[in-house]
Write a protein that binds this ligand. Structure first.
Ligand SMILES: Cc1cc2nc3c(=O)[nH]c(=O)nc-3n(C[C@H](O)[C@H](O)[C@H](O)COP(=O)(O)OP(=O)(O)OC[C@H]3O[C@@H](n4cnc5c(N)ncnc54)[C@H](O)[C@@H]3O)c2cc1C
Length: 473
């Protein structure tokens, strides 16, 4: 776009949102930082509209001037989909000022919220009404519902409640030409043609801006229990998952794997954390069981039997809310301690549950074949087959120095993970999406027919390519 046209368009956009509704690049650094330093962001303007009508006007201007637009939620996305770059001239559209809860219906078990609502605020609003919103992520204090929907976030409770997609009844979105899609239904059944809600969910801001959503709620469980157990191998973890799934009748809501290295890093980088066991183990599981009153006894009996049979090596059940939180901190700090330990590969793989052990064994072997001194932290949402592989330089070696002296190691490590994923019939992106970091992987591993249909859909909905240019496709 010619410079004077761009200046005119930016001035018009500023007028739409008013003086408090925009920031220039210099004043808006938080929108351009990738915590893992993978890309450098830039946009001349960050817009913070306050209403769906503002979003509609913004998109109409961007579409007519062919100016790109990058939707920004809480900025916690794992694949840089929210970071605008210089290569694709764009403005950033942050939903942070559209954060009201429009309604909550206890009888209908539904809640309608604006896209900029922080996930924790949504959970809390449900909880004080004796309801549960079944999405839980370590980033829940910062990420927004719009971002959760746009990335179809997973998290720790997919096992029981499904992905964000499964928790959404209806959607309001602004399409690239500025038209407003009003599909904010709260009905459970609606077979009236193509389900555009599901097209927008997981589209990572490449098809439109989600401005509000109707969410599904459930009754709040009467009793919640957190336990941590140690097991011999990922195979034992899968056996335990199967056993508890059968015995506890669908009350298992989280089942997360941690490795010995994960526990070690948690204690090393966060010394206030405590190992709940008196000695180290190779693998740990942290789980939540939620259900009717009295379920604690069933859990204790199940774990005691698993201990007697040798499946579980040790176990601890949180006796208070504070103890439950302490156990979960060890797992939820993973993003931080992996970063502090210098992870240069962080995968987001999903495999069928029966392939979990094969995947972990294969990928560990192949990575150590590249360099036997690499350290690997394998962890994740094992209850739904989502494994994160984090790889670090050898102990006491600085990440930057290591990558300089081993220029191909990062690419080779990711290739090991992707190939093992393919062989196990898995997905190269379980819950983070494609964003700007996995576009090449999507081309390499995506089904060609799916890719060409995706391009056709993008062309039909966003012919000027203004929505999140450079992301996904
Ligand atoms: C500590 C930590 C733990 C995490 N754990 C998990 C986890 O367990 N499971 C998981 O799935 N993810 C996890 N994540 C990743 C991240 O939190 C999720 O992907 C989250 O859903 C992103 O939401 P956000 O509001 O931060 O979106 P952003 O990062 O701001 O944006 C994500 C994508 O959505 C688009 N977008 C944002 N808002 C809108 C909108 N209103 N309309 C259209 N497009 C939009 C952006 O353009 C971008 O492409 C974690 C991240 C951190 C830092």
């Amino acid at each position: 776009m010619a410079t004077c046209n761009l200046e005119n368009a930016l001035d018009t956009l500023k007028t739409i949102v008013g003086t408090r509704g925009w920031l220039s690049f210099e004043d808006a650094q938080k929108y351009f930082i990738d915590p893992r330093d993978r890309i450098q962001g830039y946009a001349p303007l960050v817009l913070m509209p306050q209403s769906t009508l503002h979003v509609s006007e913004i998109l109409r201007i961007c579409n007519s001037t062919k100016l790109g637009i990058v939707p920004f939620g809480g900025g916690t996305g794992g694949v840089c989909g929210h970071i605008a770059t210089r290569e694709q001239p764009s403005v950033v559209l942050s939903l942070e000022r559209m954060n009201s809860i429009r309604s909550l219906d206890i009888i209908n078990n539904s809640m309608t919220v604006e896209a900029g609502c922080i996930l924790k605020a949504v959970q809390e609003a449900a909880r004080i009404n004796d309801r549960r919103f079944g999405l839980s992520l370590a980033s829940e204090g910062s990420c927004q519902i719009g971002g959760n929907l746009a990335s179809n976030a997973g998290g720790i409770q997919v096992l029981r409640y499904g992905n964000t997609r499964d928790l959404c009844l209806g959607i309001e979105a602004v399409m690239p030409d500025g038209s407003i899609l009003n599909d904010l239904q709260t009905v459970r059944k609606n077979n009236t043609g193509y389900d555009l809600r599901h097209l927008l969910i997981g589209s990572e801001g490449t098809l439109g801006v989600i401005t509000a959503a109707a969410l599904k709620l459930l009754p709040l469980p009467k009793e919640s229990i957190s336990a941590m157990v140690s097991v011999r191998s990922p195979d034992s973890a899968v056996e335990l998952l199967h056993l508890l799934g059968d015995r506890l009748g669908g009350t298992l809501s989280a089942f997360e794997l941690m490795s010995y290295l994960g526990m070690k890093l948690a204690l090393q980088y966060f010394p206030v954390q405590r190992d709940p066991f008196s000695k180290p183990y190779s693998w740990y599981i942290i789980m939540d069981i939620e259900g009717r009153k009295g379920i604690r006894l069933e859990v204790e009996n199940c774990l005691a039997k698993a201990f007697e049979s040798g499946l579980v090596l040790d176990s601890v059940i949180g006796q208070s809310e504070a103890q439950r939180n302490q156990l979960w901190q060890l797992r939820e700090l993973a993003y931080e301690y992996n970063k502090l330990a210098g992870a240069f590969c962080s995968s987001d793989t999903a495999v069928p549950i029966d392939q979990i052990n094969t995947f972990i064994t294969r990928v560990t072997r192949d990575i150590l074949c590249i360099n036997s001194e690499l350290r690997i932290n394998t962890y994740g949402h094992i209850g739904d087959g989502n494994i994160h592989i984090n790889v670090f330089p050898p102990e006491h070696v600085d990440k930057a120095d290591f990558l300089k002296t081993h220029p191909h190691i990062q690419k080779n490590t990711y290739e090991c993970v992707n190939q093992a994923t393919q062989l196990c019939g898995g997905s190269i992106s379980a819950e983070h999406g494609i964003g700007r970091m996995k576009t090449d992987d999507l081309l390499a591993y995506g089904d060609p027919t799916k890719l060409s249909l995706m391009r056709a859909i993008k062309q039909a909905i966003d012919p000027n390519g203004i929505m999140n240019p450079g992301a996904v496709l």
